[in-house]
Design a protein around this ligand. Sequence first.
Ligand code: HEM
Length: 454
Amino acid sequence: MAALKKLPVVSPIRTLARITRFTTNPISVLEEYLEDYGESFIMYMGGSQRSIITTNPDFAQYVLQKNHRNYKKSSIQTEHLGQFIGQGLLTSNGAYWLQQRRLIQPGFHRNRLAGLVNLIQEVIDEYLEDFDVIVKAGKPIDIYPSMMRLTFRIVVRALFSASLKEADLERLSVIISEIQEFVIRIIRQPFLRPIFRLQGQYRKHIRLMHEANEIILSIIRERRASGKEQDDLLQMLLDARYEDTGKGMTDQQLIEEATILTVAGHETTANAMSWTWYLMSQHPEAVKKMRAEQNQILQNGPLAFENLRQLTYTTQVIEESMRIYPPAWITDREAIEADEFEGIPIPKGTVVVPYIYGLHHSSQLWDQPATFRPERFAPEANKQHHSFRYLPFGAGPRMCIGNNFAIMEMQLILSSMLQRYDFKLAPNAQIAARPLVTLRPKNGVPMLFTDRRT
Ligand code: HEM
């Protein structure tokens, strides 16, 4: 048996001295630790949770894929969010998660998504009608809330097609963002939880969720009663049958999975898009290449599903943007039983943290990681590298179920908007990352757009 390896431990004093900075800017603290301790080290998160932070791609692969059966998502990812949005793909573990994943996975197969291209394009076109009006006003536009609005609309239309009324869509958007903000506060300020409870904040947010559930339930009931099939994700959820019983999901399960897809399916994409806009504003040569590629494909009419594969450079820009600014910048897995990886002991209950941002910026794994270079994702350039050095969608059996959906959506948004607008960063822009649950732009991304068709 190999001798056990001792990982360096961040001392409690050092952790304490950086606690405020860790809450506001964890990336800068983790970078400092990586510099001092190397690719894997132990840290007591929140003072008591033994955690191994790692940027070793083999270690990430071990917990996410090779020995995934011994690992579950920690309570941050499951209970804290699950108490509001319910149990489903994103928020469950073990047998229930596996059963749901098997049921829903086929609905997200690339070919099934082909049916959603027109629907997504329609939402984008509608959205850009309104965007045109703001562009005409000539004032800076913060692209972050714009992308949030657009990606929210896309995911709810992909789920419910036209069944969701405009007023309900707006209400759902408000409720979901309020709940997300509250969950962030619970995670970031655990010491305030008793106060939140006393203030009735938990009850308030659970009431909000019930309101959202009612909106979704009414759509499900209407759909069942009408007997009319639609080409959307709700139909896919309604039609899915468990292999063993041949039965479909209950209304409650449908509500929970639809809510989870709405929550998981818009903020991450909005972040990826916002960072892509920022990077494009700094790299006009890349925009030129993207436009040339798109023009060539668009010569033959509007973008169709079959053309999306041809958007190779546009896709490389999206990939490079998610490398530099991974919307899901960190993930975790808790050891169910004691384990060991290459001599590193992993006692039961230890949380292993594949530090995605660190992997994407490691100079051991990337040539000039700080440089924006979409060409590094050209298929021939990428072959000889460890596939776990790049994890924007996670990996293993719990890899993002919406990855193809997200890429397709971003390809469609970029193709439509680059044809329509010229853009640059607003002169007063202060670009900084704010790593909460996702990696958001701290002060937004203010940009100036002009219509290039006029
Ligand atoms: C750029 C956009 C997106 C990014 C960066 C992203 C990232 C991720 C990551 C990293 C995970 C795995 C987390 C872990 O292993 O701990 C995940 C899971 C998940 N994502 Fe995404 N996601 C995106 C878009 C979407 C979309 C559009 C949808 C749905 C329409 C979606 C639905 C989900 C669901 C349901 C899970 C949980 C899967 C499971 O545990 O079985 N995501 N996502």
